[in-house]
Design a protein around this ligand. Structure first.
Ligand code: TXA
Ligand code: MG
Length: 319
């Protein structure tokens, strides 16, 4: 057990990380649960605190593009183009790992996920460390990712010594995970970099989102990012409300503000999908901790960050 503190004290965070402890850190996507990526003992504490199965590999967070070649090898040219366009930013690249990355980090896989978070406080932290940070989202395995320091504390209180508070995450959904090869970009998880942005830069972008029998990516599991309450993800909100009329229902919408027979929670009355993404996980948490019996979520437009929103809602609804 730890006495968990929350604050903006970078020196404190540095000290814990250097001692091989785990610290929750802010990023532009969601909060991460970080440890020295080169120290297996420290990394093992992440799996323990999260209750995370060891088959599920961790993303390694770097301070700069220059660092990529320290931890990856046989890097295709497409990776450099991706790095130049999207890093720092909500993009994770899977690249063949150097031996210095412990097998525990990649769950024994040949490739390591590398990302440069675009968050001032965490970049400052990384710049003061001589090792990169392995960090999954800072939530118990399978639950909704945290987008504030309070969300982290709500579930990991007592399990970690420190939460570095960098405010609310600006993007609010996890990074897009891609595997660059010589001639194409394989997308393993939809996230903060939209498919449209990738396609603007590469002609061959292919999706590989649902290999659940052997999950390369926990974000590919059918049930993930899930609240404890039942969540129905549907195109026909009105008929679901009618079918469940005896229940106290909350509806998550893009911008619609009323449905009779339910309380409505629009994610962006300005019809802005980026704003909607930033509000998604907080709204899911608020509703999960409320008196509603049932959450109904409507389908979002299938473009921009709407795709990542739909992906998360679909997995949240799976039983
Ligand atoms: O935005 C994000 O990516 C956040 C912040 C904290 O950086 N991190 C995050 O981590 O979402 P996590 O562990 O919750 O999800 C990362 C996903 C996992 O599903 C994992 O399986 C996949 O990345 N992943 C990591 N390394 C991999 C690898 N070597 N091969 C295949 N998948 C990998
Ligand atoms: Mg996660």
């Amino acid at each position: 057990m730890f006495k968990t503190s929350i604050g903006t004290n970078i020196l404190q965070a540095i000290q814990f990380l250097k001692e091989g402890e785990i610290v929750a850190i802010p990023t532009e996507t969601v909060y991460g649960l970080a440890a020295n990526a080169l120290n297996s003992n420290a990394v093992a504490k992440i799996f323990e605190a999260k209750n995370r199965p060891h088959f599920d590999p961790l993303i390694v967070h770097l301070k700069s593009v220059d660092e990529i070649k320290k931890y990856a090898q046989n890097i295709p040219e497409t990776a450099y183009t991706l790095a130049q366009k999207f890093m720092p930013g909500p993009l994770t690249m899977l690249l063949p790992k150097q031996n210095i990355i412990p097998n525990l980090v990649t769950s024994g896989l040949e490739k390591v996920g590398l990302r440069i978070p675009n968050h001032q406080l965490t970049l400052q932290l990384l710049n003061n460390l001589d090792f990169p940070l392995a960090a999954p989202s800072a939530n118990p395995f399978g639950y909704i990712s945290p987008t504030t320091a309070k969300h982290v504390a709500a579930q990991l209180n007592g399990k970690i010594p420190y939460i570095l508070d960098g405010g609310s995450c600006g993007i609010g959904v996890e990074s897009t995970i891609v595997e660059p090869t010589e001639n194409k970009i394989i997308v393993h998880r939809l996230g903060g970099v939209s498919l449209e942005e990738l396609k603007e830069n590469f002609t061959d972008v292919v999706l590989n989102l649902n290999h659940t029998s052997n999950p390369m990516s926990s974000g590919q599991l059918l049930s993930h990012y899930a609240p404890k309450k039942r969540l129905i993800f549907t195109n026909s909100v009105e008929s679901e409300i009618q079918l469940n009329a005896i229940l106290n229902i909350a509806v998550i919408t893009f911008y619609t503000t009323t449905y009779s027979g339910a309380k409505v929670f629009p994610l962006s009355i300005n019809k802005d999908l980026n704003e909607a993404a930033a509000n998604l996980f907080n709204t899911m948490r608020v509703l999960d901790n409320s008196d509603f019996d049932l959450i109904i979520a409507e389908h979002f437009p299938e473009h921009g960050l709407g795709r990542a929103i739909n992906d998360r809602l679909k997995r949240a609804s799976y039983r």
